[in-house]
Write a protein that binds this ligand. Structure first.
Ligand code: 5AD
Ligand code: SF4
Length: 468
């Protein structure tokens, strides 16, 4: 079944703006807000849009959620623990609300978009005032207005998550490093993954809109842009504009931005054109997050990843020969249904072979409605924990070896601020996305500067500013 992809019309946006004004003028409106964000960068960026709308309605940020008039939880449902954490925090807030009856509690995002969730919330969480899914995020002004003027609770889930937002106000967390969404949704249906169900089908934003957003960020002082999408490598394949992801990168790199990153890349869609563009374009950081998930061909097939271990390793070989200093990172899942010890060891050997800078490791978590949730061969939780610990130990050793091998090299750090531990230390990320701490003065904050590496911790580098 193909969902209809809907671009939010100008009229709808104007309607929301009029709701925003009504909220602003309402005598009993909340004065302050606090947003709790779970999950990936996509969600972090959605929260920046939610904050943008709340500011438009006249609300200001509260320093602590206990003091906020409106607390909004932007949730994730990728694994069971993400969901439990969000629901645990919402329940904790119920106690706070007892002392502050006027407080509004909201829950939105991926968790709410799941089919059964709205009913569950209505029944089990009566203290939640507002809930809405990913597809209707842009209607927050309307929902807040309804919550202020009606007695009933506002639970709104639009079954079609395939909307394309354009022109929402954004309140950015970081003015140096900014996110731009290039595409929404995912068509891949990896058998373990809930994302295609809660984020809808792939839909790419127009390249002109993306470039315009990048230009305005550069004008506002941004140094780095992170292009976001569930599967950026298939950017443009759903639209008529004929711009590929490699071409989009080139266009964004000409806006005057100093550094570009992007995520996430699906290995099956990683094109030679993209590799070539990364190799020749100095604005694109030599870092690629390329989730492999597993090292065994049987498991990869069960996961519906549509590449083999050999295909993946071939892409890595091509990447490394085109971009010699490339830093690779990945995602790994252990204890997929039916995974044998030998199959797990194939993941370990792949990690040894590729030598990632770092890896996110997860224990498989069954998600209702996905194909893998119906597969036989659940792995005993103790075996799963033991496997993930072994895998983490291998990756930590490799990370340590890579970092200590960088001694004496010069890296280029976008200086983000002073270190949390020591005020005389500056901190930032290298082109390969590795944290670097070094002595320096605050006037370097916001610049990309050369730093000579002198030592390494478990996942950070130490260095000294190089005089230019
Ligand atoms: N269980 C465990 N990990 C998962 N991921 C996605 N779905 C699941 C699941 N059901 C992981 C994948 C993906 C990352 C964002 O989360 O590794 O790349
Ligand atoms: Fe989930 Fe696979 Fe899509 Fe990534 S590519 S969001 S893992 S379905």
């Amino acid at each position: 079944m193909r969902e209809e992809i809907r671009k939010i019309s100008q009229e709808e946006m104007l309607l929301q703006q009029s709701f925003a004004q009504k909220v602003k003028d309402h005598p009993n409106r909340p004065q302050t807000y606090y947003i709790v964000t779970y999950g990936c960068q996509m969600n972090a960026h959605d929260s920046e849009k939610l904050a943008g709308m709340l500011r438009q309605m006249g609300l200001t940020p509260a320093a602590d959620r206990r003091e906020a008039d409106f607390v909004l939880h932007n949730t994730c449902c990728i694994r069971d623990n993400a969901e439990r954490k969000a629901l645990g925090n919402v329940t904790w807030l119920k106690e706070v609300k007892k002392d502050r009856p006027g407080m509004l509690i909201g829950v939105c995002g991926c968790m709410i978009q799941q089919p059964v969730m709205a009913e569950k919330l209505l029944k089990q969480y009566p203290f939640i005032d507002i809930a809405f899914g990913t597809g209707n995020l842009y209607r927050l002004p309307e929902y807040l207005y309804e919550a202020l003027t009606q007695k009933e609770r506002i639970i709104r889930v639009d079954a079609n998550a395939s909307t394309l937002f354009e022109g929402l106000p954004v309140c950015r967390e970081n003015s140096l490093k900014s996110y731009i969404t290039v595409m929404y949704g995912c068509n891949n249906f990896c058998s373990y993954c809930i994302v295609p169900y809660v984020r809808g089908r792939e839909r790419s934003r127009a390249a002109d809109d993306i470039v315009r957003e990048a230009e305005s960020l550069v004008a506002a002082g941004a140094k780095e842009i992170m292009l976001l999408g569930q599967n950026v490598n298939s950017y443009g394949t759903d639209s008529e504009n004929g711009v590929s992801f490699a071409q989009l990168l080139r266009r964004v790199s000409k806006t005057g931005i100093e550094r570009i990153r992007f995520m996430t890349s699906h290995p099956k869609d990683l094109s030679d054109a993209l590799i070539d563009e990364m190799a020749v374009n100095p604005v694109i950081a030599p870092h690629l997050h390329l989730p492999v998930q597993a090292g065994s061909n049987r498991i990869l097939q069960m996961m519906n990843r549509r590449y083999t271990r050999e295909h993946y390793l071939e892409k890595v070989r091509k990447l490394r020969s085109a971009i010699p200093h490339l830093g690779l990172t990945t995602d790994l899942i252990v204890a997929f249904p039916g995974e044998t010890e030998e199959e797990f060891l194939e993941t370990v050997s792949l990690v040894e072979e590729v030598r990632y800078d770092s890896a996110y490791t997860f224990i498989y978590s069954p998600r209702k409605g996905t194909r893998a949730a119906e597969m036989p061969g659940r792995i005993d939780p103790e075996v799963a924990s033991e496997r993930i610990e072994r895998l983490i130990a291998v990756q930590e050793r490799i990370t340590g070896e890579i970092l200590s091998g960088m001694n004496g090299q010069t890296v280029h750090v976008l200086v983000e601020g002073t270190s949390r531990r020591r005020a005389t230390q500056l901190t930032g990320k290298s082109e390969r996305n590795i944290n670097v701490n070094f002595n320096g003065s605050e006037c370097d904050i916001g610049k990309i500067i050369p730093v000579r590496i002198t030592g390494a911790g478990s996942n950070t580098l130490r260095g000294e500013k190089e005089e230019e």
